[in-house]
Design a protein around this ligand. Sequence first.
Ligand code: TMP
Length: 208
Amino acid sequence: MSGRFLSLEGGEGAGKSTQVRALASALEARGLSVLVTREPGGSEGAEAIRALLMQGDVARWSAHAETLLFAAARADHVEKVIRPALEAGTWVITDRFIDSTRAYQGVAGGIDDAAILALHGFGARGLLPDRTFVLDVPVAEGARRAAMRDGEMADRFAMRGEHFHADVARAFRSFASREPGRFRIVDASRATGDVTAMLLAELSDLLP
Ligand code: TMP
């Protein structure tokens, strides 16, 4: 039996990592085997690429080079970690996946969506999540939460301006409206426990 593949997406400070952990605990409590992972990263090779992507100047990589690095990291992550887990019957929850590339490098960064999906087809054999949650918080609230968390340690993406982050938030909402079978939008400005409950409710059709 194959496990299910879930991704959590959203802008900075949406509470994705908290919810990934909370959702994993809730699924484990139902007797499921769960693997939590993240992007960029999640495998040894992809974590090495993560360091290249996250550190340094905002302009370190061109939009094209950055897109290729994300695709390469994802190819390794899928092949070495995600597919083997799913094949073993484990549920996989990832903090970000392909839709982050479509939102950040694509809509906000100007790279064509079809090109991003073609790279994903080649690198990761087009693997898509069974369900993708968009954790939606107002951009200003997300920026405030991320600043509290990161202090002076903002990475190459958090450093970008308000317009960039507003484009990212709009992009996630538009993917969700175009693909309602895979996506669910969740109001992440609610209390942590309420958000987890909403995620679980939106998984009821996939749960055994
Ligand atoms: P995070 O670990 O705080 O989520 O940071 C990852 C950053 O990388 C975040 O700002 C979003 C960005 N990112 C992309 O631009 N494209 C991608 O494909 C992924 C996975 C992340």
